[in-house]
Design a protein around this ligand. Structure first.
Ligand code: 5AD
Length: 347
């Protein structure tokens, strides 16, 4: 049964939600390596042994939301807040460009300071200075009109994790003022506008079941995002989920392989969270089917303040300045980092 399902997934890039659940519930090492082998094979056909890098610029940890799992949630009084200036952001890009980054990701909490005018000004300035670079935004929920303005100003991609594809589960992870339907509408809007759109979820988030994960996979299959960020849930000390069990590297990698097989050309990062819970998490992610890494380009003093979860990595190979270390690690597993925008390949 398992082998039939794995072969079906490889051939058809599609399973029913029940079949995804079965794949998750009955996993073992042998099936995991079958899946990762197939995932790596199919990825090689499309992207060769290239690993794309993105320079991550955390522009603000100020957030109006109070997501129960997140260390920079608005209600966290212990969080030391910061906001980068346009000049600081541009200097991150300058630094990143010289290090070989051709995609800049501006990520932040839902900080109202970054209005459409402020963001569009920054986006067009970056595009003028670095016309050969892609801009990815990760700024949470905004209106259709707002997303459209950001796109017209030159932003290419947008990351907005759906967090969970199950409405009741969504409600357990978020305060009442945040809605699952609104989240999904935002994702639809981003796609409609023309962004390369990324969704994603945490693996092992509180109350998550294999049924929820099966829905996440079915959602990815149907929504067809160009990117998907998944990483283990890691508790943060200043949240109600402080004492909850973290997600595992093993299940994260298993899901990465499945997602690669669902969507062969998807841009799939080995996330910081994965690198943070295992010293070789990043490498394990790539060997499971991931093809993107996002080292931190933020100014050194604000980096530690962007604390989404305990012990979040921001130095060494996780930092842009540590690109040489990262390069060695990637080379040692048979891949190579490329100086390229690393766009989604439509096949
Ligand atoms: N553990 C792992 N990932 C987290 N995120 C937020 N808090 C945590 C946590 N405690 C993820 C969410 C969010 C992204 C920016 O970081 O999925 O979308």
């Amino acid at each position: 049964m398992m082998i039939d399902l794995i072969n079906k997934l490889e051939k058809e890039h599609s399973l029913t939600a029940d079949e995804y659940k079965y794949l998750i519930d009955n996993r073992n090492e042998e099936y995991a390596s079958m899946l990762s082998e197939k995932a790596v094979d199919i990825r090689k056909k499309i992207y060769g042994n290239a690993v794309f890098i993105r320079g991550l610029i955390e522009i603000s940890n100020i957030c109006k939301n109070d997501c129960l799992y997140c260390g920079i949630r608005g209600g966290n009084k212990n969080c030391d807040r910061f906001r980068l200036t346009k000049e600081q952001i541009l200097s991150c890009c300058e630094n990143g460009y010289s290090l070989g980054f051709r995609t800049f990701v501006m990520q932040g909490g839902e900080d109202m300071y970054f209005s459409d005018d402020v963001m569009c000004d920054i986006i067009s300035e970056i595009k003028t200075r670095y016309p050969d670079c892609a801009i990815t935004l990760s700024l949470g929920e905004r209106s259709y009109e707002s997303y459209k303005k950001l796109f017209d100003a030159g932003a290419d991609r947008y990351l907005l994790r759906h967090e969970t594809a199950d409405k009741a589960h969504y409600a357990k992870l978020h305060p009442d003022n945040l809605s699952f339907d609104k989240r999904m509408q935002c994702l639809e809007n981003l796609k409609k506008i023309g962004f390369q759109t990324g969704c994603g979820f945490m693996v092992g988030s509180p109350f998550q079941t294999s049924e929820h994960l099966a829905k996440d996979l079915k959602f990815i299959e149907e929504f067809k995002p160009e990117m998907c960020g998944i990483g283990p849930f890691i508790p943060h000390k200043d949240t109600v989920f402080n004492n909850y069990t973290p997600g595992t590297v093993e299940l994260t990698c298993y899901l990465l392989s499945i997602i690669r097989l669902i969507s062969p050309s998807i841009l799939l990062p080995a996330t910081t969270a994965l690198g943070s819970i295992d010293p070789v998490g990043r490498e394990k992610g790539i060997l499971a089917g991931a093809n993107v890494v996002m080292p931190n380009l933020s100014p050194l003093d604000t980096r530690v303040k962007y604390s989404l979860y305990n012990n979040k990595l921001s130095s060494g190979a996780e930092s842009a300045q540590g690109k040489a270390i990262l390069e060695d690690k990637i080379n040692s597993i048979g891949y190579r980092i490329v100086t390229d925008r690393g766009d989604y390949k439509r096949i």
